[in-house]
Design a protein around this ligand. Sequence first.
Ligand code: ADP
Length: 420
Amino acid sequence: MPLRLGCIADDFTGGTDVAAALRRAGLRTALVFGVPDAATELPGDCDAAVVALKSRSTPADEAVADSLAAQKWLWSKGAAQIYFKYCSTFDSTARGNIGPVTDALLDAAGARTTLLCPASPPNGRTVYQGYLFVHDQLLSDSPLRDHPLNPMTDASLPRLTAAQTPHKVGLIDHDTVTRGTGAVRDALLAHEHDGVRHVIADALTDDDLAVLGAASLELPVVTGAAGLAEGLGRAYPTRTGTTHVPVPRTGPAAVLAGSCSARTLEQIARFYAAGLPTHHLDVLAAAAGRDIAAEALAWYDAREPGTPALIYASASPEELAAVQNQLGATAAADQVEQLLGTLAVRLVERGVRRLIVAGGETSGAVTTALGIRTVLVADEADPGVPWTHAVTASGDLALMLKSGNFGAPDLFTRALQETE
Ligand code: ADP
């Protein structure tokens, strides 16, 4: 069956998040890392494919070029509709990249109007009268106002969008959404008639997003966070085949952690507290010339086999500051990413069949090192954290790519319990 929905995500972990949402909606979903080329193939029969890009904070022209290439590839695989996924906090600046990318995707599709809604109610992101809330605060009063790359100092989606596009911006308010799919469709047509290109929609609940999804089925391009993607996915006719994706549930298991986020540090502590083997990578020792990859592998080979093992570079804020002061932040990150990529290859060669990777950048480094371009999305271990099925040179792999603050504190131990 040809692909039905093609999704373009503006960052790596956003790609995993939206892929999990589409699978929850009943679509068999593949995830593609980076801009695909003519040789990139989908892993089998899929309803949806998500291309995960790194286009959130790159210059707008690069983000546009990568997104258009992804759109073209998704079309070549049969996708009838394109969903552009960005962050539920609308991370962007007046220069973009949400507006320029959306306009380019619409131009290429010959589409006049799109629906835009970043609401993600389970995460406390709601839209009312066009204002984006983070739990009980306006976006502009939330910690996102101090974001290091994209500080969000305005919560008005119409204003934020208008700053990023030369086209007209409109709103479908919550009152209309509560009147159902027909009312939203009529409002969309009225906006299109008035020459409005970007139609922002209010949504407070997943039911609102289901209404918006059903009303957007005919739009060539729809944009939002994972919530509206799920609403849209649920509006697609149920697939005839299975959505079940089998992944190895037994066999050697490992965690590689390069995320220094608070939640990852908690997950590592829980793994350690459960009495499971853990090994810390001493980044400063590596800089001083020690072969810490070889040391980690010797530790892995010497540990009692049969239990999951965790190898981590993750550091507390103080440790991280010390390493970054000595090596420089970028050089240190590059070194750690390369190290974890090498370790992933060596572990899989040693027979690891279940691998959890903690950290967005770290996940990128590990998939690249393993030569993995596409995976199929399987069951979620926690919201937004699915297992995936990957094929490597050494065999099939159950791979979980976890962004920094995702997953419950016991994720590592729970996810690696063997199940048949
Ligand atoms: P998250 O999803 O939590 O943001 P990432 O993997 O995206 O995690 O980012 C963490 C970054 O920190 C990576 O670039 C990683 O290489 C780097 N890093 C991890 N451990 C260390 C360390 N001990 N010293 C310096 N940099 C580190």
